[in-house]
Design a protein around this ligand. Structure first.
Ligand code: FAD
Length: 310
């Protein structure tokens, strides 16, 4: 059994593993894919102190850093359930899809999240070639160009406001008859000169020239008319889904399905901690996930030294 068992091998899980191993405690990590979302990222330009890198390169560096320590690394394993310890100080059980069980006196959940797709032709084909999901990350790539944002909830409207300050023009596409974002955000968006808003608009295709995105097709749901807008980029902002399906009923989740944590990354279950995109922590970014992973490991260590083993 482990003293710290980490579920997830993205930036949060990797940071937690390094911090735990450096305390000299028995540390294990189990993950489907080492690197998490960074494996799907082209350029990373906002991880402070690294001017520019590529996602897969960053993921490989994460794994090498973890493997430099005495950490048991189990990759290619899917966790299907977590059973909390029967009493504080006893072991929680982590159940894998292959039937195996791992035990940890503390568990750190760092299973991340995934962006919801619009599922229209062109989205998969042009991912990272004009189709983007993170305005903080990819906004500057479209400086001086025209982009669209799909989604008129808080994240879509925030993205459109943010992008309007960077790009030439933003078209916001909302499926419903009105924007669902907070009124103060909608007012701010409407005050911007370089933003066009289309409501009742159903995206039907993201178009491209074979190399990169060149526009978006949408249907006016009232008139039925089809329109095409010429663009260099499309930001899909219809939700970030936390990977917590396997945790329903185990610990407290927010209404968005995120693991509810306190400022020390403790969850509602003693001995179980959580870090990164899977949690209620605001702003889903690599630098934040790594900081949270470090914090969760230090909290797990603190729990271990205060809780007698059962
Ligand atoms: P993740 O990276 O999502 O890692 C989750 C880990 O958990 C993975 O190892 C996964 O395999 C594992 N896992 C999930 N479920 C299970 C399970 N049931 N059993 C076992 N393992 C499981 N952020 C930036 O700061 N800068 C950028 O430029 C940037 N660009 C991005 C571009 C794209 C296309 C995307 C999708 C995201 C981008 N982000 C960027 C966001 C950044 O990647 C995330 O904030 C960060 O990866 C979150 O780290 P995490 O460790 O919390 O989760």
């Amino acid at each position: 059994p482990y003293e710290v068992l980490i579920v997830g091998g993205g930036p949060a899980g990797a940071a937690a593993a390094i911090y735990a191993a450096r305390k000299g405690i028995r540390t294990g990590i189990v993950a489907e894919r080492f690197g998490g979302q960074t494996l799907d990222t082209l350029a990373i330009e906002n991880f402070v102190s690294v001017m520019e890198t590529e996602g897969p390169k960053f993921a490989a560096a994460l794994e090498a850093h973890v493997r430099a320590y005495a950490v048991d690394v189990n990759v290619g394993q899917q966790v299907q359930a977590v059973v909390p310890a029967p009493q504080p100080g006893a072991h929680a059980t982590v159940k894998l899809a292959n039937g195996a069980e791992l035990k940890g006196r503390t568990v750190i959940l760092a299973t991340g999240a995934r962006w919801r797709n619009v599922n229209v032709p062109g989205e998969q084909e042009y991912k990272t070639r004009g189709v983007a999901y993170c305005p903080h990350c990819d906004g500057p790539l479209f400086k001086g160009k025209k982009v669209a944002v799909i989604g008129g909830g808080n994240s879509g409207v925030e993205a459109a406001i943010d992008l309007a300050g960077v790009v030439e023009h933003v078209t916001l596409i909302e499926f419903l008859d009105q924007l669902k974002a907070d009124a103060v955000l909608v007012d701010k968006l409407k005050s911007l000169p370089n933003v066009t808003i289309h409501t009742n608009a159903q995206t039907t295709e993201i178009t491209g020239d074979g190399q990169k995105v060149n526009g978006l097709r949408y249907k006016d749901r009232v008139s039925g008319a089809e329109h095409h807008v010429e663009l260099a980029g499309v930001f899909v902002q219809i939700g970030l889904v936390p990977n917590t399906e396997f945790l329903k009923g185990t610990l407290e989740l927010s209404r968005f399905g995120e693991i509810v944590i306190d400022p020390k990354c403790a969850t509602s279950v003693p001995g179980i901690f959580a870090a990164g995109d899977v949690t209620t922590v605001p702003y889903k970014q690599i630098i934040i996930a790594t900081g949270e992973g470090a914090k969760a490991a230090l909290s797990a260590f603190d729990y271990l030294i205060r809780t007698p083993a059962e």
